[in-house]
Write a protein that binds this ligand. Structure first.
Ligand SMILES: [Zn+2]
Ligand SMILES: [Zn+2]
Length: 134
């Protein structure tokens, strides 16, 4: 299985070999501030993700950085501890095979955001949600 994706302007493209993690919604403040809302992120082992084009990396914490396109501002990657790199699912060219499994950092969610999809919710991080690969 091969998946492809890009930012809005096409300046950054990526190819993922192999399966993608189901989508996790992250409501943390950092995701809200970089995306304007919560993010929907899939993930894959770092070695399976080939990125082309110029990515600007923002060091968002002591242990993580966020990758975006310096031309269009598209929010593409979260690269933190662990073997996976997170990929913003909306940047995939075709996400039809993916499904969402839960919400994390619900304690930080926007006041207007009402979660009513019945999926699992974690107040902060939750390994049971974020490391699940199907
Ligand atoms: Zn771009
Ligand atoms: Zn987040």
């Amino acid at each position: 299985m091969t998946s492809t994706g890009s930012c809005l302007c096409g300046g950054v493209k990526y190819v993922v070999e192999g399966p993608l993690r189901p989508v996790v919604y992250c409501h943390c403040e950092q995701c809200r501030k970089t995306s304007g809302h919560h993010v929907a992120a899939t993930a894959a082992p770092r070695g399976k993700v080939k990125i082309s084009g110029e990515v600007r990396w923002f060091r968002s914490s002591a242990t993580a950085r966020r990758g975006f396109c310096p031309t269009c501002g598209g929010n593409l990657f979260w690269d933190g501890p662990g073997e996976n790199i997170s990929i913003m699912a909306g940047t995939l060219d075709d996400s039809s095979g993916l499904h969402a499994i839960g919400h994390i950092f619900v304690a930080d969610k926007a006041g207007y955001m009402e979660i009513c999809d019945g999926l699992a919710q974690a107040l902060q991080d939750d390994d049971a949600i974020t490391t699940t690969v199907t």
